[in-house]
Design a protein around this ligand. Sequence first.
Ligand code: ADP
Ligand code: MG
Length: 264
Amino acid sequence: QTDSAPSRRDRATEATDATRHGAPVRTHNLVKTFDAAAGNVVPAVDHVDLDLPAGSAVALTGPSGSGKSTLLHLIGAIEKADGGTITVGETEVTALPGGKLAAYRRTVGFVFQRYHLLPALTALDNVLTPVLPLKVDFDKQARARDLLAMVGLAGREHDVPSHLSGGQQQRVAIARALIHDPAVILADEPTGNLDTRTGEEIVDLLLALRAERGTTLLLATHDLTLAARCDTVVRLRDGQVIEVQQVAGDRSTAETLESIERLG
Ligand code: ADP
Ligand code: MG
């Protein structure tokens, strides 16, 4: 690589300049209930007020069943709120007509505990799945390659998921979440299937990407050590916010990304 040739990471980032800032995420009186057995109604999210600045790294913590996933699903508009409002950037998500939801969802990147990769597709094609079934042009292909390099998977583009470790599969899923330059990344227990060290690497990657791109990161985890790497910790219990805590902040730097790129 010559001095004048931008690195893959620079090119992947360059493409995002227009949306290089994250979006603030606000909820007001947000409510979601589910009908449980025996006619009981469970408030999964119970009058939640959040005011998260653009570019913040926010950990959602709390025991199983406290509403972390439901809150992320509401913010990502994959479930519909029963009451209250969600505003992401300029968009009032809870007021969007059905026809505008698909476009909104493209501004949000989701990362899941079980990666949700398609087993028959290569890493590269998995990264490209959010742009299918539209024609995948050369630019998108190049962008997907650059994103894979950015998450440390240069050279693994043509591997199928079963040939990758859990941590590598999650990195493919993170690259996929970035394909549309999201303003917000919603990561739901992204380390839940990984050993401690790999989990730390994944959280460091998310924090480094967020630091570099300005993306707002919401990370659901019940691992308090990982939560403490974020700059805000929101504790949930029975669907309610019981504490919002500012913590030391992340230690993510461009160096973290460089070291992840070298992981391969
Ligand atoms: P967490 O992610 O913190 O474990 P969830 O958001 O998954 O919590 O769940 C919050 C509450 O909502 C729990 O009581 C759970 O049983 C309930 N819940 C979540 N999703 C559904 C659903 N699809 N149908 C019925 N109840 C649900
Ligand atoms: Mg959950």
